[in-house]
Design a protein. Structure first.
Length: 263
């Protein structure tokens, strides 16, 4: 009887050991795959960093990012606000657009749009002039100069938009007098009215008080530089996409329709 009990105990122990080993045997392949993936990712990061340093040395410019391009053997480089391509040796650079003939998409333009996309929610809206049309349920942000002719054209188009809140960031970069004109508008009792009169009616805002705080203008200039705004007007929508120049209402409406809008 004792012998039988010992045999059963030994058998139970063996079975228990076997069951304990099963999860480890199953986990091993997954762990191996993760290790291989980690090694591959590390190797790719090193290669992309090598390409970035190589490009900066050869081209003498800052490279914002390096990614594998849609064409094997080429790398996508973000330089300033443009997308260019380079081979692994750094001996050849391509400047042009890549189209996918199956999807009929301009892959270079898509990459450029992504490069120029911003975080709309991070914009310091307190430094902008707020104008509300209708219920103001939709939002756009505009970087504009009071002495910019294209800004005046855009403003005329924006006047016809419904149910939108427009945040105008005064961005005085066009002429020597732009900063003073922007300061006078910013210091007006009704900034939205002063901006409208300046742009649509050609009526300059009254001279500002000497003690008026215009530090927002300097912040806007600094912000515009960080966002790679190279001209006025430049419009942003909540999706983060931008529309440079005096675009029409239809174009803006299409951009706004890409994401849900909230009051």
């Amino acid at each position: 009887m004792l012998k039988k009990f010992i045999c059963l105990a030994v058998l139970a122990a063996v079975c228990g050991v076997g069951q304990a080993q099963i999860p480890e045997q199953k986990a091993a392949p997954a762990e191996a795959k993760e290790a291989v993936q980690s090694t591959n990712d590390s190797a790719q990061e090193k290669e992309l960093d090598r390409i970035r340093k190589l490009a900066q040395g050869r081209l003498g410019v800052q490279v914002k990012h390096v990614l594998p391009s849609p064409i094997p053997g080429l790398y996508e480089l973000a330089v300033n606000n443009e997308i260019i391509y380079m081979d692994p040796t750094g001996d050849h650079v391509l400047m042009g657009e890549i189209f996918n003939t199956l999807s009929r998409k301009n892959l270079t333009q898509e990459a450029k749009d992504k490069l120029l996309t911003i975080d709309f929610s991070a914009l310091p809206l307190a430094d902008a002039i707020k104008t509300v049309h209708g219920n103001g349920s939709r939002q756009i942000a505009v970087f504009s100069d009071p002495n910019c002719s294209f800004c005046k054209k855009l403003e005329a188009s924006l006047a016809g938009m419904k149910d939108v809140t427009i945040y105008t960031f005064l961005y005085p970069v066009i002429t020597a007098g732009s900063k003073e004109a922007s300061a006078n508008i910013w210091c007006s009792k009704d900034r939205a009215l002063a901006w409208k009169q300046q742009l649509l009616e050609g009526k300059a805002a009254p001279k500002r008080a000497a003690n008026c705080d215009i530090s927002a203008l300097e912040r806007n200039i600094e912000l515009g530089s960080k966002l790679n705004i190279t001209g006025t007007p430049t419009v942003f929508v909540p999706s983060g996409k931008r529309a440079p120049g005096a675009v029409g209402i239809d174009y803006l409406e299409n951009l706004l329709s890409e994401v849900p809008q909230h009051p």
